[in-house]
Design a protein around this ligand. Structure first.
Ligand SMILES: [Zn+2]
Length: 271
């Protein structure tokens, strides 16, 4: 039996070949995939996310307003989101801040992020945050509004290493992928993350790693790129172990403990 691997952040249900999940998923599960947090990104995706997770017991759902998909948000979205979070089986995510988006969107982005931050604490739910070129802004918001006290994941963290310990003291976890761990400053970044706050993700079907020759790739494209295969999770673990210079089995054990500490309350009862 292979090692137990955990995908802290993905959107498997967005896969261009999701109808072939029996094949795609079997490869990932064969590589050790044990549990995955799948994130819904906009209201039209929320019920589909939860339904997909129900059909695939390894998947744990999160729903939220992603900063790329705020265009269709209707007033009253927070009541729908609030009802979904009340089940106790659903987390908040993916929400966030992204300063690469057009300037005209940024005010709405801030406002909806703060509304969701308040909801995270009202419902006491673990929250997944996308933060691109906005860690300074996030740091400021966490001064004025409480970070999610149940804990939060800064997925694919790419901000300054100086702020990592400050976020960690506010109950942050950080997830890295085969994609982010292939970037030039990856070594410095992963070494700045406290080891008990480190998680591994794929963000599949997005963010495919660059080493297509060695890794699983779904040929259908997402956003003009080859789609990322969930089995690349294993490559994320391997790269993390290489950067940290610790044996892979030791890293696998640490990440399992971290994943269960943060996401354990949302796992199906039988786990
Ligand atoms: Zn994502």
């Amino acid at each position: 039996m292979s090692a137990k691997l955990y995908d802290a952040h993905c959107h498997y249900h967005h896969s261009p070949v999701v109808e072939q999940w029996d094949t795609v998923g079997a490869i990932a599960i064969d590589c050790g995939l044990t549990h995955a947090i799948i994130n819904g990104t906009e209201p039209s995706d929320w019920n589909a996310t939860i339904a997909w997770a129900k059909q695939h017991p390894f998947a744990i759902p999160a729903v939220g307003l992603h900063p790329w998909y705020l265009g269709g948000v209707q007033p009253g979205f927070q009541y729908i989101l609030s009802d979904l979070l009340d089940s106790g089986q659903v987390m908040l995510g993916e929400i966030g801040l992204d300063r690469c988006r057009p300037k005209a969107e940024l005010e709405q982005q801030d406002r909806l992020f703060i509304e969701q931050l308040k909801l995270a604490n009202e419902k006491d739910v673990v929250t997944t945050i996308h933060c691109v070129r906005a860690v300074g802004r996030l740091y400021e918001f966490f001064h004025d509004f409480s970070p999610p006290t149940a804990g939060f994941l800064l997925h694919a963290y790419s901000g300054s290493t100086e702020l990592i310990l400050s976020f960690a003291s506010q109950n942050a976890y950080f997830s890295c992928s085969a994609n982010t761990l292939s970037r030039p400053k990856a070594n410095e970044l992963i070494r700045a993350i406290p080891i008990d706050r480190l998680l591994i993700e794929t963000d599949a079907p997005y963010m495919a790693p660059p080493e297509f020759n060695r890794l699983y790739v779904i040929q259908e494209k997402v956003d003009d790129r080859a789609a990322n295969h969930p089995a690349n999770l294993k490559r994320g673990y391997e790269l993390a172990a290489e950067h940290l210079q610790i044996p892979l089995p030791e890293l696998i054990q640490i990440v399992e403990e971290n994943f269960l500490r943060l996401f354990g309350p949302y796992l199906p009862q039988s786990q």
